[in-house]
Design a protein around this ligand. Structure first.
Ligand SMILES: [Zn+2]
Length: 883
């Protein structure tokens, strides 16, 4: 048990010590800023928002458990004024709220004894205009008239903006919420409505009491909402949307039924709440939030209309699968503190990808996820990268922990790697044990490793070394980076191959002074279609049998592992000679690794281009995405140089055989991944100056102007992009008029995005103005930034000026992510827009000093891109001259 004084020591640098890395969750040693001697058990809240003054009044009653006698009570508050504060009906002695510290401290006239006490108070606070806490969102109704609705976004530390509370994840409590809203509005919260009372112009609604949960999962939305619902195994599933749009939630409702059934089974623990609502918020924040029983989505991530594409449908399913996985990993079992955020986010990401793949095999979802894994590996190949588990001591660091590349994508990939290593059944039994053991409570990484170890037995991990799963896995979550595994093969007289393996940290630039080391769970495929086998690489020089020397070898079968592989020259030649015949995943891994070796200066460009050429007319989408991205990087480096024409001739010649095989128009038998491949290849041929493709895009746009059904929604992005790239003023204005007239946000996003691809510099200046203009509806505020970033692809300095002149406006729809975006992503987006020192100076001036590590990551990416551009240009020109 901790006193206030000893708990206070856990703030700041000492948190890492207090967290005791590797220990199972315990409430007393969970890090955090609040003392643990007074613990909330249940809240009863009554909130009355005023939509005109953007204020709220509330009354709150909290049942508290005093674990020791105490004369102080400390909890979180922000921008709130508390009045009539009483403990057990007696006024407290002092009330001090400090918005800087986001704390309220109460002192009592006398210490209260251990046991149950009731804290009551009234308070006033704010309704926010940006999506944190309780916020008011403006949007355009279907008929074009202005509408408003209320919603919440509490994670990580913004529940305190709506009501004073113990706003840390270890303080699980039950919540009963009452709200007063305009009559005629509908309201949704975590639990079903218990009663609704009409009172003149208002309605008073009380929801049922929630189970014990962290404050960051509290949800409340209200507005002119419509909904559809279905019952699934006793759970009421609902989709809510701005009235008139609810039928656009039909596919999401059907998805939710599938996903709930699958997760009930997978986790071996039935979804425990009576209902699960999905709420489509127009505008608001850009993603979705897994509030228990009431998931909120930006409506573009939930609703699908006739103008939606396969990519839209994929995004809806995968985001739903992510948020619904959180109902177990996050809501039923919550990380004890934000340094274990990966237990929420990596798990939900991995589980969602697995679910999306299982339910939609024609999407080849794991292959498409390889693109995200490559982005994560590129980020993690920086010297300044960070571990999946990272120290968090305050609100800013809690927000910054939501790093999409490491916390989400690397975490997902590492979990997949361990699932493959242990086998899906044994992995699942560990997950079930973990969920069962920690249900309605919190957990640490050690709890997960222990559950996986018990479920599998230590011998299942590594009979040779006896290493526990925790010992193997924590190397991947507690240190940054990943290894490059080097393979040296030898052959005996009969042609049998033995490989000797070694590892070092893979970096794009610089060297690893820490001499990092991993236990690497390799998946080895020896032979083209052989079944992979597992091998745990623990020590340098470790050797093993690996098939025959005349057969190809993959040390990362199906591209599952989060490591890179470099083969000796003879093995590489065998792999390259069999390139077209390899399993898709093995070919993808080879392309990824060879390109990464080029980028890091450890492999010749000619080897990579030889692989790309040998794709021929093969039709694997992810392989072509990888090649198109690499050729695109080279094309960008060549711009403005004498070699540009020769290079783009060459780049087009690489992708034309596959594009020719597919033809310009969809065929009825095409699966979604093949359709996507056609669009990718046509778009790149257009971008790289193929006159036939440009002419055809213009012809089809001519028809589209008169009849929008002339181009399928799925085909619009790449065709309109080609049109914009070569547009004259009249064509640009035609496209602009189409964007202005669009009523559906999915279409608006598509058309305005295409405008940002314009090639002409004067029209680009117009595009920048359009991205900022009030012609965009209010719910578009959050994607203005994406438009400016897209403009940077062709017009870096203009886009950077546009961004810096309007940074506050562009970032305001992302209050939680704004510092992380500024520090890490602005340098990556605008790496060649201005000299790096100027870029860094701007970034440093716009984030708090404690974000220096994040700025270092962003600037390492920017400086790498600059040096890579020079290196690739020289190598590509040399290769073109001598090929
Ligand atoms: Zn999530």
């Amino acid at each position: 048990m901790k006193t206030i004084a000893s708990a206070a020591i856990c703030v700041g640098l000492a948190v890492a010590v207090c967290a005791r890395a590797g220990a199972p969750f315990s409430f007393d040693s969970a890090p955090g800023r609040l003392p643990k001697n007074v613990v909330p058990v249940s809240y009863t809240l009554d909130v009355v928002p005023n939509l005109d003054t953007l204020t709220l009044t509330g009354s709150e009653s909290v049942t508290l458990q005093f674990r020791t006698a105490s004369d102080t009570i400390v909890f979180n508050s922000l921008n709130e004024t508390l009045t009539d504060v009483r403990l057990d009906h007696k006024p407290v002695a002092t009330v001090v709220s400090n918005d800087e510290q986001q704390l309220t401290r109460l002192t009592l006239a006398q210490p209260a004894p251990p046991g149950s006490h009731t804290l009551t108070f009234s308070y006033s606070g704010r309704v926010e205009s940006q999506p944190h806490g309780l916020f008011l969102q403006s949007y355009q109704r279907l008929d074009g008239s202005p509408g408003r609705l209320l919603s919440t976004k509490m994670e990580s530390t913004d529940a305190r903006r709506m009501f004073p509370c113990w706003d840390e994840p270890a303080f699980r409590s039950s919540f009963q919420l009452s709200v007063t809203i305009p009559a005629g509005w509908q309201a949704v919260s975590n639990m079903p409505v218990a009663r609704r009372r009409e009172a003149g112009a208002n309605s008073a609604i009380t929801f049922q009491r929630s189970p014990k949960m962290p404050s960051y999962l509290v949800e409340f939305s209200a507005g002119e909402l419509g909904h559809i619902n279905a019952s699934s195994d006793g759970v009421d599933l609902g989709v809510w949307a701005a009235r008139g749009r609810e039928q656009d939630g039909a596919i999401a409702l059907a998805n939710a039924r599938q996903i709930l059934a699958d997760y009930d089974d997978y986790f071996g623990y039935r979804y425990p709440l009576p209902k699960l609502d999905s709420i489509a918020v127009p505008g608001g924040f850009g993603g979705a939030m897994e509030n228990w029983g009431a998931i909120t989505y930006n409506d573009q991530l939930l609703l699908l209309s006739a103008s939606s594409t396969v990519a839209n449908r994929q995004r809806v399913f995968s985001v739903q699968a992510h948020e619904m996985a959180h109902q177990w990993n996050g809501d039923l079992v919550t990380m004890g503190w934000w340094d274990d955020l990966w237990l929420n986010e990596s798990f939900a990401s991995w589980r969602a990808a697995k679910e999306t793949d299982q339910r939609n095999p024609s999407w080849k979802w794991w292959q498409l996820q390889d693109a995200d894994k490559e982005v994560a590996m590129s980020a993690d190949a920086r010297l300044s990268s960070h571990a999946i588990q990272q120290h968090v001591s305050d609100e800013l660091q809690a927000a910054n922990a939501f790093d999409p590349e490491i916390t989400y994508s690397k975490g997902q990939a590492v979990l997949r790697m361990f699932e493959a290593y242990l086998g899906p059944d044994r992995f699942r039994s560990g997950v079930r044990r973990y969920i069962r053991a920690r249900a309605f409570s919190n957990a640490s990484s050690a709890d997960l490793w222990n559950a996986l170890s018990v479920a599998n037995g230590a011998s299942a991990v590594n009979a040779a070394s006896g290493a526990s799963i925790g010992a193997v896995a924590s190397g991947w979550t507690e240190q940054p980076g990943f290894p490059l595994v080097s393979v040296a093969a030898s052959c005996d007289a009969a042609g049998r191959r033995t490989v000797s393996l070694s590892q070092q940290r893979f970096l794009l630039r610089g060297s690893d002074a820490a001499a990092s080391h991993w236990s690497v769970p390799l998946q080895v495929r020896a032979g083209i279609h052989a079944t992979p086998f597992s091998m745990l690489l623990t020590s340098d020089g470790q050797s093993g049998a690996a098939g025959r020397c005349d057969e190809p070898l993959s040390l990362n079968a199906d591209a599952i592992g989060f490591y890179r592989t470099r083969y000796d020259a003879a093995t590489y030649r065998t792999n390259a000679a069999n390139f077209a015949a390899l399993e898709d995943g093995d070919r993808i891994a080879l392309l990824d690794d060879q390109w990464a070796l080029v980028e890091s200066g450890q492999g010749p460009l000619r080897d990579y281009l030889a692989l790309a050429s040998s794709m021929g007319s093969g039709l694997n989408t992810r392989s072509w995405q990888q090649i198109a991205a690499a050729l695109g990087t080279l094309e960008y480096a060549e711009r403005g140089t004498a070699g540009y024409g020769a290079f783009t001739d060459y780049a087009r010649s690489i992708i034309k055989p596959a594009a020719g095989r597919l033809g310009p128009a969809p065929a009825p038998a095409d699966t979604p991944d093949v359709q996507e491949l056609r669009r990718l290849l046509i778009g790149d041929l257009g971008a790289w100056g193929d006159q036939d493709v440009i002419d055809d895009a213009r012809r089809r746009f001519g028809l589209f102007v008169g009849d929008h059904s002339a181009i399928l929604p799925d085909d619009q992005p790449h065709i309109l992009s080609v049109v914009a790239r070569y547009a004259d003023a009249a064509t640009f204005e035609l496209l602009h008029a189409i964007a202005r007239q669009a009523k559906d946000e999915t279409e608006q996003q598509r058309y305005y995005s295409a405008l940002m691809d314009v090639g002409d510099p004067q029209l680009a200046a117009q595009a920048a103005q359009i991205a900022l203009s009030p012609e965009l509806p209010p719910q578009a505020a959050r994607w203005r930034l994406a438009l400016v970033v897209r403009l940077a692809r062709e017009h870096g300095p203009l886009a950077f000026r546009t961004f810096t002149d309007n940074a506050e406006t562009l970032l305001s729809p992302n209050p939680k992510y704004a510092p992380l975006i500024t520090a890490q992503y602005v340098p990556a987006w605008f790496w060649d827009a201005v000299p790096p020192d100027q870029l860094e100076a701007w970034v440093r001036a716009h984030v708090p000093g404690q974000m220096a590590p994040n700025v270092a990551r962003g600037m390492e990416t920017a400086r790498f891109r600059l040096s890579e551009k020079d290196a690739l240009l020289a190598e590509a020109d040399d290769w073109l001259r001598h090929r």
